[in-house]
Design a protein around this ligand. Structure first.
Ligand code: PMP
Length: 360
């Protein structure tokens, strides 16, 4: 966790109200098996690394293309869209942040599930955007009519985080058509591990913004590249917000690396496929150890043990050199989110868990 300092007399009352988003631990020094921040264990496409190396040279003194023309064209092509329907940013967090400001400010409350990506309430807090959470059912699922009623915006992470549960496209479509005057953001950070993408709905719904990232399925979390797909009217709003903040969202290395990664389909498919196989295997192993595991379409699983409290498992794993993620809020207190590592890391996890659970 970040270091927190005491309040300062220089702080505005606003700063005192902020409860910053706490990212998962990035340990320095001791080597851990890191299954706590949903990184992809296989690393980016070698072609992406090569493209970045080639980019580092004399041209670095020059500003990058502010419109990210080539990268946007590559993404648009792959989805049968126009470049004017693609927006890129410095990680999907930045893209989401711009989208919240572009579509949700000075409107009614934004609705999103009560168990979802904590960036959403954090961003709303930072920018004074009111929000109202929608309670997920016992199985951590939402019903399309749960979003009914007037609101200023809707955000659906699909697959959801930290649960890994994917909603069917028909349910996403039901929300889109029930709220034709409201922008619905579908955050597809994990969609490549088994979810159904809403990208194909972009031409039919002018209120749909799909957000994806290079951090997970393309293993470029360190590069910070994300993108949004939507009709030009929505994309134009994002460009306006971005230009008011920073006209150069991506540097040269990021543009080159992301484009090469995007074009290396074979690497993408093979590495995602491996993660999916290992995920289903480790889910089964955990069930055998007495865990309830939610059905996951992401590169992590969300699991709760029948008798051993999650916090005990968290510290037992840490002692054995393995980091996983715990969300201490009421609803998720007894659950752990475990990212899918390499097969060797999954084996180490299974072994550590069986000893933690046996002694717990
Ligand atoms: N959406 C969801 C649901 C996530 O879990 C994450 C990763 N923390 C992101 C978006 C942001 O990812 P990035 O900024 O690395 O693209």
């Amino acid at each position: 966790a970040r270091e927190s300092s005491a309040m300062s007399r220089f702080w505005s009352p606003f700063v005192e109200t902020l409860a910053p988003y706490t990212p998962g631990e990035q340990p320095r020094g001791r080597r851990f098996i890191k299954l706590n921040t949903n990184e992809n264990p296989y690393g980016p496409s070698p072609a992406a690394l090569e493209a970045m190396r080639a980019e580092i040279g004399d041209t670095m003194r020059l500003y990058p293309d502010p419109m990210a023309t080539d990268l946007r064209a590559a993404i648009a092509d792959a989805h049968d869209l126009d470049p004017g329907q693609v927006f890129v940013g410095n990680g999907s967090d930045e893209v989401l942040g711009h989208a919240f400001n572009a579509f949700f400010r000075d409107k009614g409350p934004v609705r999103f599930p009560d168990v979802t990506y904590s960036f959403y309430p954090t961003w709303c807090g930072l920018h004074g955007i009111p929000f109202a959470t929608v309670a997920l059912d016992e199985a951590f699922r939402w019903r399309a009519d749960a979003f009914d009623g007037p609101c200023g915006g809707i955000v659906l992470a699909n697959p959801n985080a930290p649960t890994g549960i994917a909603a069917p496209l028909s349910a996403v479509e039901a929300v889109l058509s029930a709220h034709p005057d409201t922008v619905v953001i579908v955050d597809e950070a994990y969609v490549d591990f088994g979810g159904e993408s809403a990208v194909g709905l972009v031409p039919r719904y002018d209120n749909l913004l799909v957000v994806q990232t290079f951090s997970k399925s393309r293993s470029l979390a360190g590069l910070r590249v994300g993108f949004a797909l939507g009709q030009p009217e929505l994309i134009e709003a994002l460009v306006r917000v971005k230009d008011s903040f920073n006209s150069y969202p991506l540097g040269r290395a990021a543009l080159a690396g992301a484009q090469a990664a995007f074009e290396d389909r074979a690497w993408f498919e093979e590495t995602c496929g491996r993660v999916i196989v290992d995920r289903d295997q480790i889910a089964e192993t955990l069930q055998g150890l007495g865990f309830t595991v939610l059905p996951s379409c992401a590169n992590f699983i969300f699991a709760s043990h029948a008798t051993v409290p999650a916090e005990e498992i968290l510290s037992g794993l840490r002692e054995r050199g393995i980091l996983v993620r715990h969300f201490p809020q009421e609803r998720t207190r007894n659950w752990l989110r475990v990212s899918i590592g390499t097969a060797t890391e999954c084996d180490a996890l299974a072994e550590a868990l069986s000893s933690v659970v046996a002694t717990g």
